[in-house]
Ligand binder design. Structure first.
Ligand SMILES: N[C@@H](CCC(=O)N[C@@H](CS)C(=O)NCC(=O)O)C(=O)O
Length: 198
């Protein structure tokens, strides 16, 4: 049985898969797509990260990777029935379609791009557009600790991995206290702290 290979750097969307692998206690190798002798396009024709090679099974798309790994290895982070699974998928699709693009654009224009390439107005517009989804998340967390089934699950991991960009982009979360508190708990998970230290 080949060891699980996870392709991508920690400071990218690969963080989600690496974080989950740490939560699940998996034995894996972290690989980089520009490794000498590696034909990465044969793994992911788009050239994007992350991707995994699980004993010959190649999966791309960060969130598909996470739903695969959590279902394969089970445990508390995994859905226990089809209803939980649908709710975890709902939050995962929601964050990718309603939050990720604005979060990333704000992050680039406030921090990642060189200063002369930053567009402050664009970042401000992203912050404005994020108000509605942040309100939805805040309401969802008003009477519960975690997004699904009262335990930290892959839904919290997937959503908070994207929300960490919102925080890094210095989007003001003061109006969303439940999001702030929940995000703090997610970011303090020992598996993530270990990954980011490594
Ligand atoms: N929807 C894809 C997006 C993957 C993606 O765009 N990854 C970025 C890094 S975060 C990438 O590989 N960009 C091109 C590159 O780094 O060469 C996913 O969630 O896996």
């Amino acid at each position: 049985m080949g060891k699980l290979q996870i392709f991508g750097s920690t400071r990218s969307r690969a963080m989600r898969a690496l974080w989950l692998a740490e939560e699940l206690g998996l034995d894996y190798d972290q690989r980089q797509k520009d490794e000498a002798g590696l034909d990465y396009l044969s793994i992911n024709p788009s050239g994007k990260i992350p991707a995994i090679d699980d004993d010959g099974l190649i999966i791309t798309e960060s969130m598909a990777i996470n739903m695969y790994l959590v279902k394969k290895h089970g445990g508390a982070l995994a859905p226990k029935d089809p209803g939980e699974e649908a709710t975890m998928l709902q939050w995962t699709f929601w964050v990718m379609t309603e939050v990720e693009n604005n979060a990333l654009t704000a992050l680039f224009h406030r921090a990642l791009h060189p200063e002369d390439q930053r567009d402050a107005a664009k970042a401000d517009q992203c912050e404005a557009d994020l108000q509605r989804p942040l309100g939805i998340l805040n309401d969802a967390l008003a009477n519960r600790q975690w997004l699904v089934a009262e335990r930290f699950s892959v839904a919290d991991l997937n959503v908070s991995a994207v929300l960490s960009w919102v925080k890094m982009a210095r989007v003001n979360l003061d109006g969303f206290p439940h999001v702030k508190e929940w995000l703090g708990k997610c970011m303090a998970r020992p598996a993530l702290v270990k990954l980011l230290k490594g």
